[in-house]
Design a protein around this ligand. Structure first.
Ligand code: CA
Length: 224
């Protein structure tokens, strides 16, 4: 999952990026509205945490331009401005949630999880493919009643492939969803994670095919 943090307070911005990375997200940072607008126009983020008072372009305008580009990705406004008017304006412009500073990090993380869950999985609590079930809120994968032991990166890849089951996902998409723009890891890391994931999925009726030159495709095995 790839998150953009838009925040001009360096201390807060850095601590948000660090804690989101620790929680297993790829987190990019924009320190002003113009950079945020550019990054959002170039990349698709799964979620944006947006400050309102920003240099060069304010958060409302960043949000307006994002929605004008028909992006439906969730936006959580995080700001010191806490007037009712601002809150209403933000929600009217298409924000999905609103938190006032100062805030508690665990609450922000819980709200991020809830927004991502809703936008990626709709209202489903359990997604099944072949002999696998994925417990969406708990982020656990079950095979024949057993929980599969998937470390953060493998779980991240599993989620992206499952969301797009039956469709090809490129290595670049996987890399970006795991590491963001600062990705220094090459394609090889993705190959290693996919290899490990495949081994763990053996016997589950779910396969990950390599589509040469294009990427990977997760699907339920068809009976012959
Ligand atoms: Ca600010």
């Amino acid at each position: 999952m790839r998150i953009l943090i838009v925040e001009d307070d360096s201390l807060l911005a850095d601590s948000l990026v660090t804690s989101l990375k620790q929680a297993g997200y790829a987190a990019d940072l924009a320190r002003n509205g113009q950079d945020a607008d550019y990054m959002l126009s170039q990349q698709s983020y799964d979620l944006t945490v947006l400050d309102l008072g920003l240099p060069r372009m304010d958060g409302f305008q960043v949000l307006r331009r994002l929605r004008e580009r028909k992006s439906l990705a969730p936006v959580l406004i995080l700001t010191a401005r806490d007037s009712l008017e601002d809150r209403v304006k933000g929600l009217d412009l298409g924000a999905d949630d609103y938190m006032a500073k100062p805030f508690e990090l665990p609450e922000l993380e819980a709200r991020i999880r809830a927004l991502l869950r809703r936008s990626n999985w709709g209202n489903s609590e359990l997604v099944s493919l072949g002999g696998l079930s994925f417990d969406v809120p708990g982020r656990r994968v079950y095979c024949a009643g057993r929980v599969l032991d998937l470390p953060a990166r493998e779980l991240g890849i599993f989620e992206v492939l499952l969301q797009r089951a039956g469709k090809v996902v490129s290595k670049e998409q996987l890399l970006e969803s795991l590491y963001g723009w600062e990705a220094e890891t090459g394609d090889n890391a993705i190959e290693v994670y996919v290899h490990r994931l495949r081994k763990k999925l053996e016997g589950s009726g779910v396969t990950i095919a390599t589509v040469r030159g294009l990427g990977y495709l997760m699907d339920a095995q068809k009976p012959c």
